[in-house]
Ligand binder design. Structure first.
Ligand SMILES: C[S@@+](CC[C@H](N)C(=O)[O-])C[C@H]1O[C@@H](n2cnc3c(N)ncnc32)[C@H](O)[C@@H]1O
Length: 197
């Protein structure tokens, strides 16, 4: 995210020049080019969406023929230029938030770039990240269409194997993927599930 680190790098400067507040947009762009996570006309759920780069990118890709529902504790600041956009401000662990998200179901793709506030204790941070991914998988279990796709960010740690195992049960194919736009040295990976069973 812009502001997450003190010195804007190449990707951050490029994101801002293209109207996106966060460099993370290039991770989604790369994953969508590689895995076709969503396409024109789709309904897409974006969990952990602030400041809004992923949602803005998805809306542009949908070309006015789909819709995005986004959730975050923090407000969205990206300008949503086109399309059908719903923002739910709240905690994705809350039942009331889940109920509001369900109003827009079913979705063709569930994306989750949510990241916990880091403590510096790697075990704590990876456990919190795993909990976010598990919760996103819970949303996908009931709100993602059959055949739909899933991508969620995980801080790599001991839970990765179990989460991938569960994804392999629920999707035709599942894998971990590290986009090139991830910061060098970052320990994040995206868990991808394609074709919900
Ligand atoms: C890396 S940022 C997402 C960047 C976003 N994909 C973009 O491109 O603009 C991670 C976000 O996860 C959100 N987040 C973390 N825990 C959350 C939770 N329990 N419920 C909702 N949002 C959460 C944070 O508030 C933060 O905005």
């Amino acid at each position: 995210m812009a502001g997450e680190y003190s010195k804007p790098d190449f990707w951050t400067r490029r994101a801002l020049s293209e109207g996106y507040p966060a460099r993370s947009v290039y991770k989604l762009k790369e994953m969508n080019e590689r895995f076709s996570l969503f396409r024109r006309g789709d309904a897409v759920l974006d969990l952990g969406a602030a400041p809004g780069s992923w949602s803005a990118f998805v809306l542009r890709q949908l070309g006015g023929a789909g819709r995005v529902t986004a959730v975050d504790i923090l407000p969205i600041c990206a300008k949503m230029e086109e399309g059908d956009f719903t923002f739910i401000q709240g905690d994705l662990f809350d039942e009331s938030v889940r109920d509001r998200v369900r109003e827009g179901a079913p979705y063709d793709a569930v994306l989750c770039d949510a990241a916990p506030s880091t403590t510096g204790n790697r075990a704590v941070d990876t456990a919190r990240s795993s909990a976010l991914v598990e919760t996103a998988m819970g949303y996908a279990a009931v709100m993602l269409k059959s055949g739909g796709n899933f991508a969620a960010k995980l801080f790599q740690g001991s839970g990765q194997g179990d989460l991938l195992k569960k994804l392999r049960e629920d999707f035709t194919s599942a894998r971990g993927y590290k986009p090139q736009a991830c910061r060098s040295g970052s320990f994040e990976v995206y868990l991808i599930g394609l074709g919900k069973r």
